[in-house]
Write a protein that binds this ligand. Structure first.
Ligand code: SF4
Ligand code: SF4
Length: 322
């Protein structure tokens, strides 16, 4: 294991700002910082997830001028995302399945992913709403992070890419984090997901989804905060002397998201949209990729304005015989 004093780590991170654009926690969200003194951890998880770096809420794809010259946005900056939690790192591996495929590679996403060093922090004190261990990983899983830190008070233990450990000046240590890891894992309440994809397919056409939709106002908050949701819209914004094409976040919870030009909407009724959200994460993702589309971060549970609890929905689905 390797270790580094926190002040030494942050000094080095500060030195790297300039060479890298650093995206770090800033209260309830992440933002690109100019100095490490701006970093603010308000609790374990930010409300807005760090997916906003890899898939910005609004992203210019290209612009054109009056002579129809097209300029594709340069996306080759180098980045560090600091402070991601293991569930958020895992969410990226799920987004990779969608945006980094051989058939439909998304150059904007792929460039950011390729040019980003991910420094995660293990979760010593998981929240009551965390259920990450349900999905076969946990609060101390490094996953795709280049470096995972464990907060030991005045210092960090670090695990990951040797070059990055050397870059920051980590030194050898006899310590490990086994006890902290076991304590953290024991605090997390798992949900039972064995057999859920098949069960959801079985009850797809029953009243189950109409019943649970009575608890949802389809505001879309959950989908905007979710680190694995990726619905988007493409808009052309024309001006007098040119314009730009942008990609913006959208949500399957919005009625207009699936409205076709003819006026027909296959998900006009709310229950069809709620069904899509649940089925996508717990039935379609497993059937397409053999992975669940939820990482158990609990954001949708914490911030839903009407207390729609996805853990409850999965539990009820498991026992539904209607
Ligand atoms: S589950 Fe909650 S947050 Fe999500 S759309 Fe429904 S009401 Fe909004
Ligand atoms: S717990 Fe909710 S917000 Fe978090 S990954 Fe699962 S569906 Fe998304």
């Amino acid at each position: 294991m390797k270790r580094i004093e926190k002040n030494k780590f942050y000094e080095k991170l500060n030195d790297l700002i300039g060479e890298y654009r650093v995206f770090a926690p800033f209260g309830d969200r992440y933002r690109y910082i100019e100095d490490v003194s701006e970093i603010r951890f308000d609790g374990l998880l930010t409300k807005m997830s760090p997916k906003a770096h890899f898939l910005p809420q609004e992203e210019e794809l290209f612009r054109w001028d009056e002579r129809e010259n097209i300029k594709v946005k340069d996306v080759n900056d180098k980045y560090i995302v600091f402070g991601m939690r293991p569930c958020e790192v895992r969410a990226l591996s799920l987004l990779d399945l969608v945006f980094n495929t051989e058939k439909f590679p998304d150059p904007y996403y792929i460039n950011r992913r390729k040019n980003t060093i991910i420094i995660s922090i293990a979760c010593n004190e998981p929240l009551e709403t965390c259920f990450c261990t349900s999905f076969g990983y946990g609060p101390f899983t490094k996953g795709d992070a280049d470096l995972m830190l464990v907060d030991m008070g005045d210092y960090f233990l670090g695990e990951g890419d040797e070059n990055i450990l050397d870059l920051f000046g980590f030194t050898d240590s006899e310590e490990d984090y086994k006890e902290l890891k076991e304590k953290a894992e024991s605090k997390i309440k798992r949900i039972e997901i064995q057999g859920i994809p098949e069960k959801l397919e079985q009850i797809r056409e029953t009243d189950f989804f109409k019943k649970i939709t009575q608890r949802c106002i389809t505001c879309g908050t959950c989908t905007f905060l979710c680190p694995t949701c990726y619905c988007f819209d493409i808009q052309d914004r024309n001006r007098l002397n040119g314009g730009k094409r942008v990609r913006v976040w959208d949500s399957c919870m919005f009625k207009i998201y699936t409205q076709e030009t003819s006026g027909h909407n296959p998900r006009y009724e709310e229950y069809r949209r709620v069904r899509q959200r649940i089925m996508h994460k717990f039935a379609y993702y497993p059937s397409l990729y053999n992975q669940y589309g939820c990482v158990g971060c609990g954001r949708c549970v914490t911030y839903c304005p009407v207390n729609f609890d996805i853990r409850e929905v999965i539990r009820e689905a498991g026992g539904y015989n209607g």
